[in-house]
Design a protein around this ligand. Structure first.
Ligand SMILES: Cc1ncc(COP(=O)(O)O)c(C=O)c1O
Length: 448
């Protein structure tokens, strides 16, 4: 047991056997559990009453800080009034209001909003929209989907097929959807280590899409999906000019460009979307995490009008145009949480706050340069990563230890392989940013 939990005989109170935990080493965890029992603002409270500063917004999703009264009240009110309404051939007013609120912060023209419940569902929805779009236009031979190495696009079969994370694909490799290919990732330590913001090197890596066009012929390619900043693989910031180049190639060949903004949406980078910050507009945006501050599962897809209209106008007017949707699409409680969250973002100017804190975040994270095991640091907005040298024969073990030490010292960070990632709520203070990285520094010094 680690120090955090050594006094807690959790097994006496809670039988942990039945819960098969996602993306967790179940046996390791249940032998030394880390249990969070409540949260407020920037802090979680553990089961043994220790406060833990949330340096990762939960899973990059609680952008307005925890347990916001406005959201709780909005959900409660909604549940008292209308707990559920079927979203197929029926609707409720707040679904339209939530779509309007989301459309208002999306890039101009991407204002047709489809609701789902998770990032994975949003990705699968976006891929289906892309295929339906080409088919509706009489271009049904465009069925190939292009993802990117190291991309995380969720865990549905569509998402793991276009995704580029080995561990998520390996066991299912024979069952991935056919006709998918990948462009190369953009990470190159020799050229871009310790970049602050967007690396100057690497725009040409987008030309890898031309290679796939030459291999498959562009007339077979429906869409390319990338995270503008790859998050789960360890914060890979796009080189300057890279996304612009990808956009140009897609436009030239009639390929739809999908930005997976499940992490980058809603202020993480100081604007509503990475698209807005980086000045590149895709045809489709997926969103999820901070959409309603993670209070109730919710995700969405913003489609540009030309994509939406091609599908909807191709219908007879009385038949269903797009055979897709979820029982909980636009769930009233999720929609209420979404409206309340968007109002908090607007009222408290949290996207602007995120932008104004980014230089402090950059300064503090880059101050870890030269500390033990650190081999790269990268950042954009309030999103950053510290890559560590791996222990011989034990990839991921060192970052796991640093993560545990940070937790013992009262900071919840994340790690992926040997990369520590940081993405605090947008309400974080400058002092808390200092605390996060001084804690990481101490943890690095105590780690073998
Ligand atoms: C870019 C991206 N897309 C999709 C997903 C999948 O989201 P979910 O876990 O809600 O299915 C994630 C989750 O981390 C993500 O980071």
């Amino acid at each position: 047991m680690n120090a955090l939990t050594e006094n807690v005989s959790l097994s006496k109170e809670v039988d942990m056997e039945n819960f098969w935990m996602p993306f967790t080493a179940n046996k390791q965890f249940k032998a030394a559990p880390r249990i969070l029992k409540s949260a407020k603002g920037m802090y979680f409270t553990t089961i043994d009453d220790k406060k833990v500063l949330d340096a990762s917004s939960g899973l990059w999703c609680v952008n307005a800080g925890h347990c916001r009264d406005e959201i709780t009240e909005a959900v409660h009110k909604q549940m008292m009034e209308l707990d559920y309404a079927p979203p197929f051939q029926m609707a409720h007013p707040i679904a339209f209001e939530a779509a309007k609120a989301i459309a208002a912060v999306m890039p101009a023209g991407l204002d047709r909003i489809f609701f789902a419940n998770s990032g994975s569902e949003a990705v699968d929805t976006a891929l289906k929209i892309a295929l339906a779009y080409h088919r509706a236009r009489g271009d049904g031979q465009r069925t190939r989907l292009i993802g990117r190495e190291r991309g995380y696009s969720g865990v549905g079969f569509g998402g793991i097929s276009v995704g580029g994370i080995l561990a998520n694909r390996k066991a299912y490799s024979g069952a991935l959807i056919p006709g998918v290919d990948h462009i190369s990732h953009t990470h190159n330590l020799a050229e871009m280590a310790y970049s602050k913001g967007q690396p100057a090197w690497g725009a040409h890596l987008a030309d890898d899409l031309e290679r796939l066009c030459a291999l498959h012929d562009p007339s077979t390619i429906a869409a390319v999906i990338v995270e503008p900043v790859a998050g789960s693989t360890g914060v890979l910031v796009p080189p300057q000019g890279y996304l612009q180049r990808l956009r140009e190639i897609c436009t030239k060949h009639g390929i739809l460009l999908i930005f997976d903004e499940v992490i980058t949406g809603f202020g993480r980078l100081g604007k509503a979307t990475a698209s807005e910050l980086l000045g590149v507009t895709p045809d489709i945006i997926t969103m999820a995490k901070a959409m309603n501050n993670a209070a109730i599962p919710m995700s969405g897809v913003a489609a540009s009008r030309h994509v939406h209209d091609a599908i909807v106008n191709a219908g007879s007017g009385t038949a269903i145009e797009f055979f897709h949707g979820y029982t909980y699409s636009a769930h009233p409680a999720a929609a209420a949480a979404c409206l309340a969250t968007q109002e908090i973002y607007r009222k408290e100017k949290l996207f602007e706050r995120s932008a104004s804190l980014a230089p402090k975040f950059e300064k503090e994270i880059h101050a870890l340069r030269g500390e033990p095991f650190v081999k790269d640091i990268r950042n954009l907005g309030l999103m950053g990563a510290v890559e560590l040298d791996s222990r011989d024969g034990a990839p991921g073990a060192r970052a796991y230890d640093v993560f545990l030490k940070c937790m013992e010292k009262g900071v919840l960070a994340r790690f992926t392989g040997d990369i520590m990632t940081f993405s605090p709520p947008l309400i974080v203070s400058e002092g808390q940013i200092e605390e996060i990285f001084s804690t990481v520094k101490k943890a690095l010094h105590e780690t073998a």
